[in-house]
Ligand binder design. Structure first.
Ligand SMILES: CC(C)(COP(=O)(O)OP(=O)(O)OC[C@H]1O[C@@H](n2cnc3c(N)ncnc32)[C@H](O)[C@@H]1OP(=O)(O)O)[C@@H](O)C(=O)NCCC(=O)NCCS
Length: 178
């Protein structure tokens, strides 16, 4: 894994890190999201991603999944201290979290690859973030989603649904060993 001033980038056998040129590319990719299909307003999602990187220490921040062969960002995921007030909400319900996984997004298509989802990349990215949390000392982490495909991934890495919703999305929590 390598770091640059804006994003932490992931390295994997086929998916490698190139660094800062991706912040511009990410902007155009995020803005090509479909608000109806992806349930994201592209500009506010991009703003959210950039904001997560301001003034945070590791492990917080956004990771880009990069295919160096194509020279493309294929997806993003973030570790954040709070996600739109969810940490405060959870604490009020007796669940104090050390951080949240948020902003998981595998882009629908990128130049040179017409289908990016369904290839196991979302699972790979979440497994990577899960290992990073463990390496950073674990604790209790949470996330929210209303997407059953995402929920399947989160259940697979040990997150459990709790009887709470935030912003219309189901809340999942995992307690990592310390
Ligand atoms: C959710 C998302 C990250 C999944 O990424 P992905 O790379 O397509 O997922 P994967 O290929 O790793 O597939 C994960 C699992 O879901 C299954 N799956 C993938 N796409 C599916 C679909 N359209 N319908 C049903 N199952 C599907 C896969 O078979 C896999 O199951 P398995 O573990 O039993 O093999 C991606 O669809 C996305 O970015 N969605 C929009 C944003 C979003 O909802 N993010 C999460 C919000 S917190």
């Amino acid at each position: 894994m390598e770091s640059n001033s804006v994003f932490t980038t992931l390295v994997m056998p086929l998916f490698n890190a190139l660094g800062s040129p991706y912040s511009r590319q990410l902007e155009s990719l995020v803005c090509s999201l479909d608000p109806q299909l992806d349930n994201e307003d592209p500009q506010s999602f991009l703003d959210w991603l950039l904001q997560q990187n301001e003034g945070n220490n590791l492990p917080f921040g956004t990771r880009c999944l990069v295919d160096t062969g194509l020279g493309q960002v294929l997806g993003v995921g973030s570790l954040v201290p709070d996600d739109r007030g969810a940490a405060v909400f959870l604490q009020a319900h007796g669940i104090k979290v050390d951080g949240l996984i948020g902003g998981i997004q595998i882009f629908r298509k990128v130049p040179g690859l017409s289908q990016v989802r369904g290839l196991g990349l979302g699972t790979w990215l979440c497994n990577h973030l899960d290992r990073e949390i463990t390496a950073a000392g674990g604790g209790r982490w949470a996330l929210m989603t209303d997407n059953p495909v995402a929920a399947r991934i989160y259940l697979g890495i040990g997150y459990c649904s709790v009887d709470l919703e935030y912003g219309g999305e189901r809340v999942f929590v995992k307690k990592y060993p310390r």
